[in-house]
Design a protein. Structure first.
Length: 375
C-alpha cells in the first residue's frame, strides 16, 4: 500500500494502477457493452461537481485521465471485476490512510520515516542545493518535511510541486506547509500523475529538478506501468533525479499483518471505496454485504486487496445492474514488493542511473537515489 500518506496513495496517491492485471482480459460481454458504459458515465458526469483533474495552481498542465464513473463502470463490467486503487483517496479515504500509517502493524511508514531521519543529510547531498522538488502522491506532506529539514542552511529547495489525486486533502496540507516553510514556493497540483505531465521550466536561479516518490506507491503499479512511469519520470526530471521509497520482499506474516490490522482500519479504508461509489455515482452497494480480504501472492510478489461479496446480490449503478455471486470479489489494489537488485534493474531499464540505496537493518524497506541523465 501506498499511496503515497504513502498513496497506496496516490493517490498514496495521489495516484495508481488498475487494481488487477487480470482486468486486461475483460470478457466479451464487457467489451460489447463498452459504448453503453461510456454513455452512462457521461450522463453521470453531466451533473458532477468533482472534475477528474483539479488544478490548484495554473502552472502545471496535466492531461485528464479517464473519469471515476468510466473506470468504475468498466471495472464492474469486466471479468474479474476491479476498480483502480487511485479512487481510494477521497477526503475520507485519505484520512483513513493517515490512520493506517500510524498503526503498529503497518511498518512501511515508520520505517521510511526513520530512514529519512537517519539518512536525510546524505539524501540532500544527492539532490543538491536550491532544487525544485516534485512529489508524486504527496498526501499529507509529512515525509517531505523531514527531507526539507535535512538540508544544510542556505541549500534547501526553492520550489515544491506536490501532486496528489485528493484535491481537498492536498490543499489543506499545502497551506500548513506554506505556514511552516515560508521561504518555499509551494505549488500543489491535484491530478492523476500517471497522465502526461508538463511542468514549467526550471528557473535559472534554481538547482536541479528532483522527484520525490515515497511510500512505495510504485508498488501499486503493474510491472509494465512501473516501467512506463519511471521512463516518463526520467524525462521529466532530466538532469536531476528521483528519490523513491520501495517496499521489499519479506516474511509473508509481516505483510499479512500490515494489510489486516487488528483495529480494522484497513478494512474501513477498503470499504470506503464502495461508500464513495454510493455517494458520488448513486450506486447502491450494501457495505454490510462486502468484506475486506487481503493476502500475499508469493509467485507474483504482491499483496492483493479485494472486497468479497458475502451473498448473491445485485448492485445498480448508472442504469446498469451488476450481479455478484456469493464469494465473488472486487479487486481493489495490488502492492508489489521488490528485491534491491530487481528494482535497480527496473530503474536502469527505464533510463535512470541507480545510485545509493538506504535500508533499515531488517531490510524491510528501502529508499533509492536514481540519477536522471540529460538536462
Amino acid at each position: 500500500m501506498p499511496k503515497t500518506s504513502d498513496l497506496r496513495h496516490q493517490t498514496r496517491s495521489a495516484a495508481l494502477t488498475d487494481a488487477a492485471d487480470a482486468t486486461d482480459t475483460a470478457d466479451a460481454t464487457a467489451a460489447t457493452n463498452t459504448a453503453s458504459l461510456k454513455t452512462s458515465a457521461a450522463t453521470l458526469l453531466a451533473g458532477a461537481t468533482d472534475s477528474a483533474v483539479v488544478m490548484l495552481r495554473p502552472h502545471a498542465q496535466i492531461a485528464a485521465s479517464t473519469t471515476f464513473a468510466e473506470d468504475v463502470l468498466a471495472g464492474l463490467g469486466a471479468t474479474p471485476r476491479s476498480v483502480p486503487p487511485k479512487y481510494f483517496y477521497d477526503a475520507a479515504g485519505s484520512a483513513l490512510f493517515d490512520r493506517i500509517c500510524d498503526l503498529p502493524e503497518y511498518y512501511p511508514t515508520r520505517t521510511e520515516l526513520n530512514l529519512l531521519t537517519r539518512y536525510g543529510a546524505a539524501m540532500a547531498q544527492q539532490i543538491g542545493p536550491d532544487a525544485e522538488l516534485v512529489e508524486f502522491g504527496a498526501g499529507s506532506l509529512t515525509k517531505v518535511r523531514l527531507l526539507l529539514d535535512a538540508f544544510a542552511p542556505g541549500t534547501a529547495p526553492r520550489r515544491y510541486f506536490p501532486l496528489d489525486i485528493s484535491a481537498g486533502h492536498l490543499a489543506a496540507a499545502a497551506e500548513r506547509l506554506r505556514a511552516d516553510y515560508p521561504q518555499l514556493e509551494v505549488e500543489p497540483v491535484a491530478a492523476d500523475y500517471l497522465a502526461h505531465l508538463t511542468l514549467p521550466p526550471v528557473r535559472a536561479a534554481s538547482g536541479r529538478r528532483v522527484g520525490f516518490f515515497p511510500g512505495s506507491t510504485i508498488g501499486n503499479f503493474s510491472p509494465a506501468q512501473a516501467h512506463t512511469f519511471l521512463r516518463r519520470a526520467a524525462g521529466w526530471l532530466a538532469g536531476g533525479g528521483l528519490l523513491v521509497g520501495v517496499d521489499l520482499v519479506k516474511d509473508p506474516a509481516l505483510l499479512h499483518a500490515a494489510y489486516n490490522d487488528a483495529q480494522g482500519i484497513t478494512a474501513q479504508f477498503n470499504l470506503n471505496l464502495l461508500r464513495r461509489m454510493n455517494r458520488e455515482l448513486a450506486a447502491d452497494f450494501d457495505l454490510n454485504q462486502f468484506a475486506h480480504y487481503a493476502f500475499y501472492q508469493p509467485l507474483l510478489r504482491r499483496v492483493e486487496m479485494h472486497l468479497v461479496s458475502q451473498c448473491a446480490q445485485s448492485v445498480q449503478l448508472a442504469g446498469h445492474v451488476f450481479s455478484f455471486a456469493e464469494g465473488e470479489t472486487l479487486h481493489t489494489e495490488n502492492s508489489y514488493k521488490f528485491t534491491l537488485d530487481g528494482f535497480r534493474a527496473m530503474a536502469l531499464a527505464a533510463g535512470f542511473r541507480p545510485g545509493p540505496v538506504w535500508t533499515d537493518e531488517a531490510k524491510l524497506f528501502s529508499v533509492h537515489w536514481l540519477e536522471a541523465p540529460g538536462g
